[in-house]
Design a protein around this ligand. Structure first.
Ligand SMILES: [Zn+2]
Length: 122
């Protein structure tokens, strides 16, 4: 049956495995840096008592914590910039469609007819 449906699509390749086999187990793991302090302590081998009793260890843990937060902040900034680039590309596409006379609503005021926004976009 499966091979018949593949032939109807123009594919004459037999399926190399049983598609109706047992379900594949799913592994769900929490990202360990979701809790940076716990991960810093686990990787370094320090305990929270070490952090409290030693200013040097506390300083190092604080440095790793700040680095983690800086990486998170930069990732958020990158996402925001990528989202802005997508919005700008969509606006440019809509403006281009309106210049060609296509019935696309104005990105700023929403009207279908030529409007004063068109002169601002050029
Ligand atoms: Zn407009």
């Amino acid at each position: 049956m499966a091979n018949d449906s593949l032939r109807s699509l123009g594919l004459d390749v037999p399926v190399p495995f049983d598609v109706a086999g047992p379900p594949v187990p799913v592994l769900i793991a929490e990202w360990e840096w979701r809790n940076p302090l716990r991960t810093i302590l686990r990787v370094s081998g320090w305990t929270i008592d070490d952090v409290i009793s030693s200013p040097g260890i506390a300083r190092e843990v604080r440095m790793h914590w700040r680095a983690t937060k800086m990486v998170e902040r930069r990732a958020r900034d990158r996402e925001r910039r990528a989202q802005l680039r997508e919005e700008i590309a969509l606006l440019e596409f809509l403006v281009g469609c309106r210049r060609q006379g296509l019935p696309v609503p104005c990105a700023w005021c929403g009207c279908l007819e030529p409007c004063s926004c068109d002169s601002l976009a050029s």
